[in-house]
Design a protein around this ligand. Structure first.
Ligand code: BGP
Length: 455
């Protein structure tokens, strides 16, 4: 498989999942820091304070990236480190991020920097987080400060990582703080996120025009459980709510009329301001990152939808495909073919926007049991996983989809939200007690895969 010239080979991570030092060097609390303090029993033993300590170890990690011939990396800035009260810029954070980004560049690794990876500042959460319209103004200023301080170094920016996830997990499924079920709040916070994306782009491009600003979405085709009309209709509704809800406004600048109609039918349509809709229309993503782990399969619910709808189950429910292949650790289906469908959807329905696979990977529990005598984790399952996804991606590119890179989640095993360190995803394993990094077999394989690209 030969991929295009200058293809991005790299990995992704985020500030809250890697940096550590979460309550020092002038950083204020994020919602994760605060939630762990309030309800530690919800987390699998480890909080956000204890991570792979990238704040202190970034030089070592970047050297390991270079050794693997990786040419790109995505991480995020911690809003609460850069602007602890939302107004004042923390000079120590500026120094840290400038050194971090400079080191990446000096090692030939192109940084893509994300503004928000689920880490809502606690001071903003106390005011309602994404449900409060004021957040769009704070976020716009934060975005502007990022370009003022780092725009000379970093040329690729993304506004959000998986905005659907903070909306869904905070206000529907209960996996993020405040962990409540309120569909109206979900719609409101989704809308403010989209407006914040557009305002951030306006602010960032207003400071410098030599940067590219995109966004990262978790995308999957929605597969209907059968060809029966009721299941197909259910899958179309899921596609509107799960895929097009963010993709259309963030990339095309408009909300799909069918989504507006659906929300109206279920008494969930909210008031919007014409001037704000105009900002959304005129400030769209220049490129897209696609996080893909597992496909979505749905079928029609047994009962008729309630009006107003109470839960998403009123419209569609999961469909369990009998032939599915599972990653049993994370409970996620493995279905590489979806990457081809995503590639074609972006080519045909989204003006063939430049995009890359910004996250893909396999979380595995108790990986230490796969260590060989020399201490290297023999993660052949991960090699197979990556290879299969690359094969499908390659086919999509050959058929004209504008994909420019592939990033694995993640580089060094990292902290994960409520799951702590249960599932390991990295090319490099982490001993949490000693902070020792050890390359896994997949890192050796991926290095030679990259080498072969230039032969
Ligand atoms: C993505 C997130 C990442 C990462 C990954 C793996 O949705 O962007 O932050 O955590 O999923 O998921 P998890 O850590 O829940 O296993």
């Amino acid at each position: 498989m030969r991929f295009p010239e200058n293809f991005w080979w790299g990995t992704a991570a985020s500030a809250p999942q890697t940096e550590g030092e979460s309550s020092s060097h002038g950083k204020s609390q994020s919602t994760w820091d605060r939630w762990f303090e309030l309800e530690p029993e919800k987390f699998s033993g480890v909080g956000p304070e204890t991570t792979s300590n990238v704040y202190n170890c970034y030089k070592e990690d970047i050297q390991l990236m270079k050794d693997m011939h990786l040419n790109s990396y995505r991480t995020s800035i911690s809003w609460t480190r850069l602007m602890p009260d939302g107004i004042t810029v923390n000079e120590e954070a500026v120094q840290f991020y400038r050194d971090y980004f400079k080191t990446l560049i000096e090692h030939g690794i192109e940084p893509t920097i994300n503004l928000f990876h689920f880490d809502m500042p606690w001071w903003m959460m106390e005011k309602g987080g994404w449900t409060n319209p004021q957040i769009t103004t704070y976020f716009e200023e934060y975005a502007r400060q990022c370009i003022l301080h780092f725009g000379d170094l970093v040329k690729h920016w993304v506004t959000f990582n998986e905005p659907l996830v903070h909306v869904e997990c905070s206000y529907i499924s209960g996996h993020h703080y405040p962990a409540i079920h309120d569909l109206r709040k979900a719609v409101v916070s989704g809308y403010h996120t989209i407006l914040a994306h557009a305002k951030a782009i306006r602010a960032m491009k207003g400071v410098r025009n030599d940067i590219k600003v995109g966004t990262v979405l978790n995308l999957t085709p929605v597969y209907s459980g059968s060809n029966q009309e009721k299941d197909v209709i259910a899958s179309q509704k899921a596609h509107l709510l799960i895929v097009r809800s963010f993709l259309d406004p963030m990339v095309k600048g408009i909300f799909p009329q069918e989504l507006i109609d659906l929300l109206k039918t279920h008494e969930l349509l909210i008031e919007t301001d014409v001037a704000d809709l105009d900002i959304i229309k005129t400030n769209t993503a220049e490129f897209l990152g696609v996080n893909y782990y597992q496909p979505m399969r749905v079928q029609a619910p047994q009962k008729t939808a309630r009006v107003p709808m109470q839960t998403l189950d009123d419209l569609f429910v999961p469909f369990v495909w009998e032939n599915r292949r599972m990653n049993p650790y994370r409970g996620w289906e493995i279905f590489p073919e979806a990457l081809y469908d995503i590639a074609m959807m972006l080519k045909h329905d989204y003006q063939n926007i430049p995009w890359y696979v910004s996250e893909n990977g396999m979380g595995v529990a108790d990986e230490a049991r796969f260590k060989d005598d020399a201490g290297m984790i023999q993660d052949d399952y991960r090699i197979e996983f990556i290879q299969e996804h690359l094969e499908v991606l390659h086919r999509g590119i050959q058929e004209g989809s504008n994909c420019f890179g592939y990033h694995l989640w993640t580089f060094v095993d990292c902290w994960s939200w409520l799951n702590g360190y249960t599932n390991r995803y990295g090319f490099i394993s982490l001993d949490l007690d000693t902070q020792k990094r050890t390359p896994k077999k997949s890192s050796v394989w991926f290095k030679s895969f990259i080498e072969n690209q230039s032969k």
